[in-house]
Write a protein of this length. Sequence first.
Length: 473
Amino acid sequence: SATLGGVVGVRCGGVRQRDAMRGGARSMRASRAPMVVRKGGAGIQIRAAIESRPEHKKQSSGGFDFEDIATAGAKMSEMAATGGSAGPVSVIARQAELDVAASFEEQGSALSTGTGSAKLGLRGVKANRTNIGGLLGCDREQHDVSTGALPKLQRLDKGNKYPVLFYAPEMEDLATRIAGEEVCGGVVELGSIDWRTFPDGFPNLFVNDAYGVRDRHVAFLASFHSPEVIFEQLSVIYSLPKMFVASFTLILPFFPTGTSERVEREGEVATAVTLARILSNIPPSRGGPCSTLIFDIHALQERFYFGDNILPCFESGIPLLLNRLAQCEDADNIIIAYPDEGAWKRFHTFFKGMEEVVCTKVREGDKRLVKLKEGEPAGRHVIIVDDLVQSGGTLIECQKLLSRLGAVKVSAYVTHGVFPGNSWKKFCSGGGGQGFYKFFLTDSCPGTAEAVKGTEPFEILSLSRPIAEALHV
């Protein structure tokens, strides 16, 4: 628990690892023992064993200690040489060619917890090519291991109830909004991942803060919007629970294969089952099976596709819509419509006390037409509700039908705006679907949310708040 250990990112209690290099480890990363920290009779003693990589043609190692710098009971401020209460300490382990410069602030007790900064450089060897740079979590490009460059997670209380949230690159905007949501006096903290590829195109991934997330609740915000990105995200999803985390939660706002949930003729493949099986094999964490948060899965029976090694939690974006409709000037004139009986079965329980219109699809020859099954839309502001939209053809047909039947306004809501091939454009003015007053959707599909931002008639209802609330432990 020595101060210097915290400053350079060493795991508290590292003294138990002091012989980790004894087995002839080739590098500090392999040894998993960046430094050994313990209190000595004359103050603080630090010893480090460092080996450069074979390609550097240097197999030297060295050590350094602070025994002769601080006397027993001395305060850091008493070692000050320049400015304020900070005292610089400079030691060179010449054999290992390691420069360490450290300064510390005393917080009231002798040789106890303090704050400060440290800078590390390897003479003749770029820090971003060495094991020690990655192991200490420093800014390898700037050769800096100051407290500002160290992962914030390494300086946090392990008792924090709010998870560390990692995220897919496409989900950065939503992750940032989640981190900005305060729930019961706390906020989710963002972790970071280096998303790179090898020359052959396969993922080259690195989870930063791997030491800092130990004993913390961890979550990952995924986006399976394309088959091309699923493998790299699954690689991270399968790795995070094994980093000695307290619990692991997967947030998958949109379950993309949900519409392929059944087989109607021999030879068809229900890919919803396949994806559910893959997720069901996520390794357990210290706290037990992985929890998974999914919004408005296409068919409720898909919950039974998941195995016993995962805990799926199914949420809905409808409460966001209800809150938004309550703010409309004509809230007392709104009526809910469903494009088919399936949507009515799925969502009608959310709209208790509200009048409803149910449409149905009928086949006439080679055409499938949308007709009114029940309800009276005349003179009302009609909101068509469904779980997702692809091309949008059914919604447009519903809008035309409801307008002919006397609706004064027609709006739409879907949780997942998939819109392949930029099909959202047909809902804009001049695109053929200009009859919609408002089109509400969530940010579960990040590409669509970014594309329609600021474009009429679209309005984004963010999932950030319900996700933040669901992550509160």
